[in-house]
Design a protein around this ligand. Sequence first.
Ligand code: FAD
Length: 461
Amino acid sequence: MNKIYDYLIIGAGPAGMAGAIEASKAALSVLVLDQASSAGGQIYRNLGQTKPQQAFVLGNDYLAGRPLLAEFMAANCDYKPQAQVWHIETHEQGFIVSALINGESTTYVASHLLLAHGAMERPMAIPGWHKPGVMTAGAGQILLKSSGLLPKEVILAGSGPLLLLLAQQYRAGGVTIKALLDTTPKANYWRALPWLVAGLTTPKQLIKGLWLTLAQRIKVPYITGVSDLQITGEHSACGVRYTVAGTVHNIACEVIMLHQGLISETQMGQLLGCSQRWSDVKQCWHTQVGAAGQTSVAKIQVAGDAGAVGGGYVAQLQGRIAGLTRAHNAGKIQTRQSKVRLIWLKLRVKQLNWAQGLVERLYQPAKWLSKPSGCTIVCRCEQVSAATITSIASAGCAGVNQLKGFTRAGMGPCQGRQCGLNMGYLVANAQNRPMSKVQPLSVRPPLSPISLGQLAKGTDW
Ligand SMILES: Cc1cc2nc3c(=O)[nH]c(=O)nc-3n(C[C@H](O)[C@H](O)[C@H](O)COP(=O)(O)OP(=O)(O)OC[C@H]3O[C@@H](n4cnc5c(N)ncnc54)[C@H](O)[C@@H]3O)c2cc1C
């Protein structure tokens, strides 16, 4: 019979690592599964193996993850890298978690879960976004962190801190940035202004953000007020076309990186029946999470970007809160000191989340990005266009799940991760409904592709 873990954590980013450290310190049996080949998550990807030249390009904030990584690697917990979780189901003992490891499906059992699987980049469905030569800024950064790969020249387009950070890192690596096309609507600056008060409560972060923005504006061809962005080139990207103040411009380049902020990954939470909520400010669905990481389903906690995007430090604090709370509830620690620590951690997260309100309003995606049209591909896996989805939605289709049946959009290997949100926008636009009333795509296993052979080779509970 399989071992039953007290705490199974999905994700070894700042949230998952911190949760594992706290829970294992309290003598709970902890298992951490992560699909990446080493711990660190998105922010500290490959930190343990990084070469000095890469570290120089990635900057000090990247290296700041070393103490957390070292604490995690020394923690008394089981950690399985390259373990991609593709299914979770409830069981009388708690939960059965299936992960693909070395080409085989392996099954683990745990009484409690911590979902710390992070966020993804908001899909930016513009004409030509599916062509070779186009990728997300996050993908570009993954290539840099994991293999030290840099493009010779690039166009960066979109909005958000990660785009600016990548521009900074690429400059340090000697990449020619042909243009940084900023799609942030001007109105966002006014909308965010009252939130400057919140931002001032974290002055260090605020100064860092201002510096990052200013440095790119000075050092790269930085174009603001960009709209109607599209990729040019017949079979692969050969440039971009965009509009500024009514004038159309073209720039040639074979590598284009798009970014439009981050959205929480909700598929695991949805699969497990955790309540979901639409946020007008964040413009995405997210799993409803309480101050101690608790969800609407007993014994399931969420921490970090998986609940709401708040950055690496908030993720780490939330992971600590989740791990400590689990240890408290299990009766493993009950000291006054740890209770006070929990209160302090929760207050700090509250304050940092308040400050995050500034970033959320400043980088809210432009409205035109939620209105893909014509032959723009929305579902890349099944090649379904915006026009097809809009015509079916206008004919009275009940929602995205019915759309999926009619068009196959959302049925491909990404399981709707890349198209679900934009399908929702198109239904909301066509039927004049608020997004909160357009239910997201329902989730079914497998969460990621798995072959029958891999399934057959695997262990069963
Ligand atoms: C592509 C990308 C790059 C980013 N780069 C930066 C950066 O350079 N600097 C910065 O400040 N912020 C960056 N961020 C923001 C970053 O998400 C947070 O700052 C921070 O990493 C969040 O921590 P977390 O622990 O919540 O999640 P993450 O750090 O995202 O960690 C989640 C972990 O879960 C694992 N995982 C996900 N799904 C599964 C699954 N099905 N099975 C098993 N494991 C799974 C992932 O491999 C990952 O290691 C980036 C975000 C993204 C999406």
